[in-house]
Design a protein around this ligand. Structure first.
Ligand code: PLP
Length: 489
């Protein structure tokens, strides 16, 4: 399968690339990104065939259907990383929480957030290609808190790959920060940036597109790539768990094969939801994808009104910081898929220059045929955490945003799959506050009080963080990022 450019071709970039090229160089003409030229059909035949497959076997089936140019041995090695999840036999448990609400837990990997689902195998695939080609890569990552740890973890000590990871200072939880600043492999660099997530993501995009930066790297014989979800190498692994979660409901006899469900996704950069969109287009029986946001509710605005208007907005910090995003990168792939490259180029250019665009009524209708959206403020989220815990289920504040969309966005009584994107351990002060009312607790104290309240253990990889040495100490202004990265190299 080939990948094509979301904003059309400028005569300099290739018009079509293979999967491996798309993941090594994810930025295409006019600052666009790569999207699949076509999608495989994974309808009921495929679903029936994989009804009793393990996660890894299903994943292999999906990847084979995409016909990507990655050797089977590399794919096997990549998927073997799911064996390190809590339960190798089922890396993604799906738990019944209400009569028609099921939570698909995507956080059972090494860094306790759903980013591991894609970044663990992605790291193997990318470094294997780099080694086979005998090329050296610098991977840039901008993180609102979970991509960073997962990227560092997957590329740690891998040959031919170095990572520069930027996080907004003060924009992450203690645990997320410690997961990054205690990494000490020599191929990793962690940079705290004084700014918000959009500042770090803008820096990343402009470095990727900068000829002079690329030239300076070339002098050192290094090419540039990115680990953010603009990279299709992540998205492809994010189609799989949507299919898995559906099959789990069939296996649990909650639905019959073919019955439609709602997918309910806590969203920021829209990678998770995009994976669901592709799964739906490939034939998964989905009624609609419900997009949950926090007070940074640009996605709700887009899906309800067709307006993407950043002119008066600034990112507001919330208790679900991984979703504190206003420039949601993967919306571009939806626009491209529905409205084509010329319109996508036009809309994205308007967003760059005028900070807003407005879809036509017809375009909005097409969006609303697939998506519905609502946002959940911090107080509402806290109430969902508290009430759901009283019902016997402990969840993190990102997952909690879905409960609002579940209540307001469904117009049919269909089963709903809520995606849980982080373990309670990553956002413990917020959860402790919801459960016990304690305020401003440090992570370590909050972890202990939740563990006691819920009678569960703090996982070892989280506990150990607090005693590790801090090795990554860079904190810089946002205009000094390029220099900092060059000095690391
Ligand atoms: C990254 C992340 C999200 C948002 O996912 P997108 O794919 O960027 O929409 C939600 N919750 C958590 C905990 C995350 O780490």
């Amino acid at each position: 399968m080939n990948f094509i450019e979301t904003r059309g071709n400028d005569g300099q970039h290739p018009e079509k690339v293979s999967f491996s090229q798309a993941i090594l160089s994810p930025i295409s003409s006019f600052g666009g990104i790569y999207s699949p030229e076509s999608l495989p059909n994974l309808g009921e035949g495929f679903l029936n065939k994989h009804l009793d497959s393990s996660y890894k076997t299903l994943a292999k089936g999906v990847l084979e259907a995409f016909e990507i140019d990655i050797e089977p041995a590399t794919i096997d090695k990549a998927l073997a990383l799911y064996d390190q999840f809590d339960d190798p036999a089922n890396p993604v448990p799906v738990v019944k929480v209400l009569d028609d609400l099921f939570v698909s837990e995507l956080y059972h990997g090494p860094t306790r957030a759903f980013k591991d689902m894609a970044l663990q195998p992605f790291g193997v695939v990318l470094s294997s290609i780099a080694q086979q080609r005998n090329e050296n890569y610098l991977i840039l990552a901008a993180t609102s808190g979970d991509t960073g740890p997962a990227t560092l973890e997957t590329f740690k000590n891998k040959d031919n790959v170095r990572v520069a990871c930027m996080y907004p200072v003060g924009g992450t939880s203690d645990v997320q920060r410690l997961q990054m600043v205690t990494e000490d492999a020599s191929n990793l660099k962690v940079i705290g940036v004084k700014g918000d997530f959009d500042d770090t993501q803008n820096a990343l995009k402009s470095l990727l597109a900068s000829q002079s930066f690329n030239d300076k790297l070339k002098e050192k014989n290094i090419s540039l790539s990115a680990a953010n979800s603009v990279n299709f190498g992540r998205i492809i692994f994010q189609t799989i768990y949507h299919i898995h979660s559906y099959l789990e409901l069939v296996r649990q006899k909650a639905i019959n094969m073919g019955e439609k469900v709602y997918l309910n996704v806590p969203s920021g950069n829209f990678g998770n939801a995009l994976g669901g969109y592709y799964a739906m287009k490939m034939g998964l029986p989905v009624e609609k994808i419900l997009i949950a946001s926090n007070n940074n509710n640009i996605l709700t605005q887009l899906i309800k009104t067709g307006a993407y208007d950043l002119r008066t907005l600034a990112v507001v910090p919330t208790t679900s910081p991984a979703m504190d995003i206003l420039k949601s990168s993967n919306i571009e792939r939806i626009l491209f898929d529905l409205f084509g490259k010329a319109r996508t180029k036009e809309l994205m250019k308007q967003l760059d220059t005028e900070k807003n665009y407005q879809l036509t009524d017809n375009e909005l209708e097409q969006i609303q045929n697939i998506f519905a959206a609502d946002f959940c403020n911090d107080d509402e989220g806290k109430t969902y955490i508290k009430n759901t815990f009283a019902n016997g289920y402990l969840m993190d504040p990102h997952t909690a945003t879905c409960f609002k969309a579940y209540e307001t966005c469904r117009d049919k009584p269909l089963k709903t799959i809520v995606y849980s994107t982080a373990e309670w351990t990553k956002f413990s002060p917020v959860i402790a506050n919801a459960l016990t009312g304690e305020v401003d607790a440090h992570d370590i104290d909050a972890l202990k009080s939740i563990a006691k309240e819920a009678d569960i253990k703090i996982p070892a990889m989280i506990n150990e963080l607090f005693d590790k040495e801090i090795t990554q100490k860079s904190i810089i202004e946002k205009d000094a990022i390029e220099e900092e990265i060059l000095s690391f190299l």
